[in-house]
Design a protein around this ligand. Sequence first.
Ligand code: HEC
Ligand SMILES: [Cu+2]
Length: 402
Amino acid sequence: MNLPKVGSSSSSKGSGAINIFWIVLFGVFVVVGGVLIGQLAPSMMPVAGSTQAVQVDQLFQVMLVIGGIIFLLVEGLLVLTVILWRQRKGDESDGPPIHGHRTLELVWTIVPAITVLMLTLYAYTVWNNTRAVMPNEQQVGALGQRFAWTFTYDAGLDDLPPSVDVSTLPDAEMQAKLTGGERVEFQSPQLHTWVGQQVNVLMHTDDVNHAFWIPGMRIKQDLLAGLVTNIRFNPIVPGVYRIVCAELCGGGHGDMAGKVTDNGDLVGAWLIVHANEEDYLNEFYYPEIMSILYPPTDPVELGREVIQDYPCSGCHTLHDLGWTGVTGPALDGIGARTQRVAATGSADMADYIHNSIRNPSAYVVPGYNNVMLQFNPNEGQPNYMPDSDLEAIVAYLLTQTQ
Ligand code: HEC
Ligand SMILES: [Cu+2]
């Protein structure tokens, strides 16, 4: 490299000290420094919980090394220039007029171009690998709604717990469905899977756009109104990972994420990665199936169970279930809010709660906005809630008097 000799005054001795040794030393400093900066990458990221996370983190580390090298090169040259080629006392001269330097210009065009091209190819490969289809994927539905996530699982005859005798099911309709080879669905606010199982999340929204984000898995995918989008991940570390909405979707957007209550319970959207398939079946899948095959006969108990399949938690506070939403009035004490009966001309409290779920716009609680979802009685309608679920939910909410 030819360093232009700056100034003509005899005092510009400093530049004489620049020789190949110092240039090599500076180069070593820049490269070693960049690699060291890259070592910070793991400390900037949460646990890498999936094969996708491992690849994304490697890409991030490579980019951090390159970024570190560029940073030290540019800032290092800046500092060195200020020190070595500063204006000396009594030097009033201008710098030399330099016009063009073809080699230098080629170098600073070609080197960044190749670097960016390589990074593009590398990033594209990671993108492709992390979305690859795998055999025997677990398909889970994810519904994003203001302001909660609902995950849908299904089960056929082959998936039932071995102890279940289908001929004894209390619900004849469900019995016919299962023996006819159809699958039955159930919902959970949590996404469950196990180590080594590739998951394909098929997501849709009933209202505005949301974004499904699990930082621990390094996956994020938008939900686009009117479309079904999907994202895949392959968990490798058992544990509990927070699910977050990453698209500002309204006033309760912040409630569209997993929360931990004061006593350590998980509420809202969490990913639970069980250690193995057996744990997944015994701790989650089978108990959930049993609760739809043999629902509690006590309506209050049933209501307490089924209300958790609906996205109420994102908008309402209810201590019995650990909910903390603030978009609507707290459901704590709803059973005792008898002043609503007169205000709305309802027959009684049960009638009032019934109407506030079937037709929330008919009466808007003072101080709140008319944003509550309307839960409809017919399959195929948006926010479907069968009458049987509604009656149970009303029975349960009537018991919430404090
Ligand atoms: C998008 C946010 C949102 C969701 C989701 C939501 N609500 Fe509401 N809810 C509200 C708001 C806001 C109000 C107050 C305005 C109104 O009366 O419509 C309300 C009012 C109510 C009331 C009347 C409260 C009172 O003090 O009179 C009940 C009961 C209720 N909701 C139950 C539910 C149930 C049960 C679910 C789930 C099945 C649910 N809500 C889902 C926002 C929501
Ligand atoms: Cu959202």
